[in-house]
Design a protein around this ligand. Structure first.
Ligand code: HEC
Ligand code: HEC
Length: 234
């Protein structure tokens, strides 16, 4: 299984190298076909034309069609070689949740380990993924990194806005129905964090993160807090 995967990924990358030397000016959408088909079997690499709740519930992996808006390159390269758990309950956490009091516990034994690739493949995959952009979903430079009150920001994430009921900002602390955010400073681009927090349904109209009416100051604050998580100085 693992060997088969590596062979497929290698073949995909060979195609990538071939495609880019054959058509050097053909950037943009062509990149989609360069990512191995094995990845596309679990991840949407193109925006679904007619998203449905069934699609969301039956998908095997998170959407990557806006990967270029979302990820930091260094993180991608490292993670693809050595994938760690981001969604503690899998993509659909309730398929693995055991209801409990005071909170649900997770049966993580059924969650498969993500395939990994070598360093050279990871760099090529990262570059191919970073070309996938969700037209206009994220505005470059919207997050302004100045004048942040970190105490207020942390409070907003926890007590005031309740983000921690679904997201962990420290390993083991917080809810599990959303992706962990404790290394989000390395993983995610701040402009994406802001855009997603403002309106998650623009990314998928059925996603279960609620859209809250947050002021711009609140959005900047929450983004600043999330962007600080997992950074060395924190
Ligand atoms: C068997 C299904 C499967 C295959 C094949 C697969 N993935 Fe994934 N991928 C997942 C799942 C499930 C997650 C979510 C892991 C988590 O959150 O802990 C994931 C997460 C990711 C993430 C992080 C996404 C995020 O939003 O946090 C990236 C990047 C990624 N995969 C890239 C790839 C690439 C590139 C390939 C092909 C080389 C690939 N995946 C193949 C299932 C798969
Ligand atoms: C009811 C649960 C819930 C609450 C409350 C919630 N989220 Fe989410 N959040 C989610 C889910 C579900 C996703 C997307 C899951 C996925 O991509 O697999 C998500 C995604 C995100 C992402 C994108 C992460 C990524 O890896 O793509 C950010 C950033 C985020 N949430 C921030 C927040 C902030 C800030 C708050 C508080 C204002 C908040 N969330 C409140 C459930 C929640």
């Amino acid at each position: 299984m693992r060997i088969a995967f590596i062979v497929t990924a290698g073949a995909g990358v060979a195609a990538l190298a071939f495609a880019s030397s054959a058509a050097p000016t053909n950037a943009g959408p062509a990149a989609i076909t360069e990512i191995p088909a094995s990845c596309a079997s679990c991840h949407a690499l193109k925006r679904p034309e007619n998203p449905t709740v069934d699609r969301l519930w039956s998908r095997k992996g998170p959407d990557l069609w806006y990967a270029g808006d979302k990820f930091n390159r260094e993180w991608l390269i490292g993670w693809l070689q050595n994938p760690t758990t981001i969604r503690p309950g899998g993509v659909m956490w309730f398929q693995h949740a055991k209801p409990g009091d005071p909170r649900d516990t997770l049966d993580t034994t059924a969650i498969e380990k993500h395939p990994s690739v070598d360093a050279a493949t990871a760099a090529q995959l990262a570059d191919a993924l970073l070309q996938l952009k969700g037209d206009g979903l994220v505005t470059e430079g919207e997050y302004k990194a100045d004048g942040l009150n970190m105490t207020m920001a942390k409070m907003s994430f926890g007590k005031l806005r309740g983000c921690s009921s679904c997201h962990q900002d420290k390993p083991g602390e917080g809810g599990v129905s959303g992706p962990e955010l404790y290394d989000a400073g390395k993983r995610l681009r701040p402009d994406y964090v802001l855009a997603y927090t403002r309106d998650p349904q623009r990314f998928d109209r059925f996603v279960w993160m609620p859209r809250m009416s947050l002021s711009d100051a609140d959005l900047q604050r929450l983004t600043g807090y999330i962007a600080s998580l997992g950074k060395e100085e924190n």
